[in-house]
Design a protein around this ligand. Structure first.
Ligand code: HEM
Ligand SMILES: *[C@@H]1O[C@H](CO)[C@@H](O)[C@H](O)[C@H]1NC(C)=O
Ligand SMILES: *[C@@H]1O[C@H](CO)[C@@H](O)[C@H](O)[C@H]1NC(C)=O
Length: 247
């Protein structure tokens, strides 16, 4: 049932769990930038709103970016680091390559925030966490307080990303243990899977499921087949379900 959530999905649910699982041992606070740069959070919100206004899907992409950051060694912006002689960028991990989006919006946010603050005080990890929340709000979803004060990583690991990010073919027990390794329980898994309310998936990620599996609503499977043929169209995005907000 849960693996069905990799397609265009269901109702909005509480998404605060990822935002609170940071790697720093210092105390996080929603007021972290209150004195040092009160303009920071409004600036992030402005850029996110403009980006979502331009392309609604960008809200989904920014939410997923935060998830893919957090699952690999904590919410430390490691997902943003490009390859260098010492860094094997996570951008090329299997779940990220040709799939993760929104990097240029994050660059734009960072530029804007550094400008309004007069210096680079806001971490990229915090930017990702706030941008995820602001994206969901911009798309008409719920809001939540984002605890702040994350520190940015200076390293990244493609291998770790391949190990830690859940692939789309996992069954429920495998998803549960994948989330457990992050300190997240079954309730967190269900709630966070609600993130798929606001995003599509490419055909190749769900083809096997809609043509080969029986534990799927046949009407739903048929509907997805119209945008995902047996052969070809690997990167076609799934059509949205009836009763689902289209993005
Ligand atoms: C439970 C395990 C999860 C699996 C197996 C999974 C898998 C996937 C896959 C395969 C895609 C499509 C990627 C593509 O076709 O390029 C996707 C998209 C997406 N996922 Fe997940 N995901 C999971 C959890 C989450 C969580 C926890 C969130 C956020 C709370 C999330 C948010 C999204 C969003 C918003 C998209 C659409 C992104 C876009 O349009 O750019 N996912 N996911
Ligand atoms: C990432 O995608 C590019 C473009 O499709 C491809 O050439 C490259 O081999 C991929 N990298 C990895 C590590 O899979
Ligand atoms: C269905 O399953 C078979 C056997 O595992 C596999 O060879 C085939 O590629 C699958 N079909 C699709 C559409 O994924």
């Amino acid at each position: 049932m849960v693996s069905r959530t990799i397609f265009c999905l269901s109702a909005f649910l509480v998404l605060s769990v990822l935002s609170t699982s940071a790697s720093s041992s210092e105390e996080l606070s929603p007021y972290y930038y209150y004195h040092v740069c009160p303009q920071a959070l409004p600036a992030i919100k402005r850029v996110v709103e403009a980006a979502v206004c331009k392309e609604r899907r960008m809200g989904a992409s920014l939410l997923r970016l935060h998830f893919h950051d957090c699952f690999v060694n904590g919410c430390d912006a490691s997902v943003l680091l490009d390859s260098s002689p010492t860094i094997d960028s996570e951008k090329f991990a299997i779940p990220n390559n040709n799939s993760l989006r929104g990097f240029e919006v994050v660059d734009q946010i960072k530029l804007e925030v550094d400008k309004v603050c007069g210096r680079p005080v806001v971490s990229c990890a915090d930017i990702l966490a706030v941008a995820a929340r602001d994206s969901v709000v911009a798309l008409g979803g719920p809001t939540w307080p984002v605890l702040l004060g994350r520190k940015d990583s200076t390293t990244a690991s493609r291998d770790q990303a391949n190990k830690d990010l859940p692939p789309p073919f996992l069954d429920l027990p495998a998803l549960i243990s994948n989330f457990k390794r992050q300190g997240l329980n079954e309730r967190d898994l269900v709630a966070l899977s609600g993130g798929h309310t606001i995003g599509p998936a490419q055909c190749f990620t769900f083809r096997n499921r809609i043509y080969n599996k029986t534990n799927i609503d046949p009407e739903f499977a048929d509907q997805l087949k119209s945008s995902c043929p047996l052969k070809g169209g690997d990167s076609n995005l799934c059509s949205s379900r009836p009763n689902t907000r289209t993005i």
